[in-house]
Design a protein around this ligand. Sequence first.
Ligand SMILES: Nc1ncnc2c1ncn2[C@@H]1O[C@H](COP(=O)(O)OP(=O)(O)OP(=O)(O)O)[C@@H](O)[C@H]1O
Length: 262
Amino acid sequence: MNTLLQAEGLSYGSGDRMLIDGIDLAFAGGSFTVIIGPNGAGKSTLLRLLSGELHPSRGTVRWNGESLNAIPAWRLAHRRAVMPQASDLTFPFTVLEVASLGTQGIGRGLSRGDRRRLAHEALEQADVAHLAQRNYQTLSGGERQRVHFARVLAQLTAGRTLETQQILFLDEPIASLDLKHQLALLQTARTLARDGLCVIAVLHDLQLSADLADDLVLLERGRLIGRGTPGAVLTPTRLAEVFGVTLNASPLPPSPWRLAVA
Ligand SMILES: Nc1ncnc2c1ncn2[C@@H]1O[C@H](COP(=O)(O)OP(=O)(O)OP(=O)(O)O)[C@@H](O)[C@H]1O
């Protein structure tokens, strides 16, 4: 594996509690990894540590061998985009302005017109171009989520004018989306991974995770319980122990969804 991002002995504590405890993980370009685990397992905390948004209490995160802490914020913004779980904006931005935020200060040799075009294209990719002039604050939860997906897509496209290796971090990106848009967003992420991007997402839907991910990272109480292909990680024993659910035969029975996302 051609490692792009590597976490070693990664730990994060709050008070006397370890929210992330001694995790070693490596991620390569061109891969789609999904972090799974029960509520409170530490998935968002891990994502924030890997993206450089949080600083570890112990351990390191390295980008191509270079400590994440040593990379200037502007360069990091070209290398990785983060779609957080919730993104409330207190300012009455239009949808186009929110998508354009992704390109602000990002990219080399881009004119204002180029940035606007990138934002528009990203809105189209996220199926919210028809809302471009709407006040973001008046949108539904799912529409807002799609606008933020457009924002990170625009950021990555602008960043590619300077950086060829990039990571997209997605924290429960489909939580508010209807089925069609869940599949569309994940399909877009998967296509980006096929084209060389490293995609790291937190998802709760184990079926979709198994269908779409190259590999899964399973967390429980801040610890790494499993890492590998969906078939290797989602064993009946683990599903019972970690999620408290039982399955009779195959860990993940055939689903009609699989046809749609193949
Ligand atoms: N700043 C903080 N201070 C104290 N505890 C925190 C802090 N941030 C998160 N936690 C706790 O750490 C644990 C892990 O939180 P995290 O949000 O990473 O979990 P998660 O796996 O993403 O959960 P969910 O599936 O519910 O979104 C939770 O028990 C949470 O209450």
